[in-house]
Design a protein around this ligand. Structure first.
Ligand code: PHE
Length: 334
């Protein structure tokens, strides 16, 4: 027969180790001590009984502590990605499928990956902005009709959900100024949601995604820009492409161009079928000056275009509205 101290040691060790610590109260060692009480000499019986009760109390205290430690550990093990609460019993009906990343997110990651490998930093654009970043900093004169071309929404407070990612240009230029003056260059893309108050059809949405690029150095040229854009499109579509440009007007670039690629045969294109992919050009001196960059010393180029359009061509998606529709039938294809 073990002594009371021996039993204490054995049982406390068991409690500390057990997944169901309360079972230790039913142990044969404890029962043995209780059944021994009757056979103890009456002069020592009260003291012995008291000691056994104290032992039982100590074990209960240890059990309570162990139980709450086990509960805490279970909370830490909570898996928020599990399709049910893993701390409760399994539901009778398990979800048969999990959600997946939206195709635009997946493709944006591809776009960002290509540009970051080319040395561009990537920043997400804002979803609420102001008149200055939408127009003023981008060389749109007050009351100029070019402002109307952007079909901007406005909040009651006068803020603007940006109609293009060019709203990020001024910020990127200001943030990069020090780097430029230290002999480096500015190379950044901005990507994110943009919003236009347009009638919605298969090729127009009120909400879509754009990706913008800004590059500034002492010697950036239009040729560098065309090479950068060509490299991007060839990487994205995984093949050599024909490109062409034509003049276009955007107040924040001079000269301004529209950049098109010939629709690849592998994606159902015919020779001579051109797709306009984005707007681009050399950054206007006024835009550089507004960000405190000396246009007589530095020059740069910028471009911006729709991400949805890129993805539609890649996967042969015929209706832009699918992207924002939340239609599972569409989303499940990706
Ligand atoms: N922001 C213009 C648009 O959305 C595209 C553009 C970006 C043009 C940068 C020139 C330079 O239409």
């Amino acid at each position: 027969m073990h002594s009371i101290d021996d039993v204490r040691q054995i049982l406390l060790a068991e409690v500390a180790d057990s997944q169901i610590p309360r079972d230790v109260l039913k142990s044969k060692e404890l029962k043995g001590l209780y059944s021994k009480i009757a056979s103890i000499d009456p002069s020592e019986r009260a003291a012995f009984g008291k000691a056994v009760n104290e032992l039982k109390n100590d074990i209960e205290v240890a059990i309570n502590a162990r139980e709450s430690a086990l509960e805490d550990a279970a909370v830490v093990a909570l898996d928020v990605t599990a399709p049910w609460d893993i701390n409760s019993k399994l539901p009778d009906l398990l979800p048969t499928e999990q959600g997946s990343q939206h195709p635009l997110t997946t493709e944006l990651e591809v776009v960002i990956d290509i540009f970051t490998r080319m040395g561009f930093e990537a920043v997400e654009s804002r979803q609420i902005d102001d008149d200055f970043h939408m127009f003023g900093a981008l060389n749109f004169p007050e009351n100029h009709p070019a402002r109307d071309g952007y079909d901007t929404f406005r909040t009651e407070e006068g803020f603007i959900p940006p109609a293009h990612t060019s709203t990020m240009q001024h910020r990127v230029l200001k943030d990069g100024k020090a780097k430029l003056e230290a002999g480096g260059q500015i190379a950044a893309i901005s990507y994110g949601r943009v919003f236009r108050n347009e009638d919605v059809d298969a090729t127009h949405e009120h909400t879509f995604y754009q990706c913008e690029g800004v590059f500034v150095s002492e010697s950036a040229t239009l040729g560098d820009m065309l090479g950068t854009l060509r490299s991007f499109f060839e990487a994205y579509y995984g093949q050599e492409l024909k490109i062409k440009t034509q003049p276009a007007y955007f107040p924040f670039v001079e000269p301004g161009l529209e950049f098109a690629i010939e629709k690849p045969a592998s994606l159902g294109g015919k020779p001579g079928e051109w797709l306009e992919m984005l707007g681009c050009g050399m950054i206007h001196p006024n835009v550089l000056s507004a960000a405190g960059i000396d246009p007589s010393k530095y020059q740069g180029f910028a471009w911006g275009g729709g991400v949805d359009r890129l993805v539609m061509l890649k996967y042969g998606i015929e209706d832009l509205r699918h992207f924002e529709s939340g239609k599972l039938q569409f989303l499940r294809k990706f």
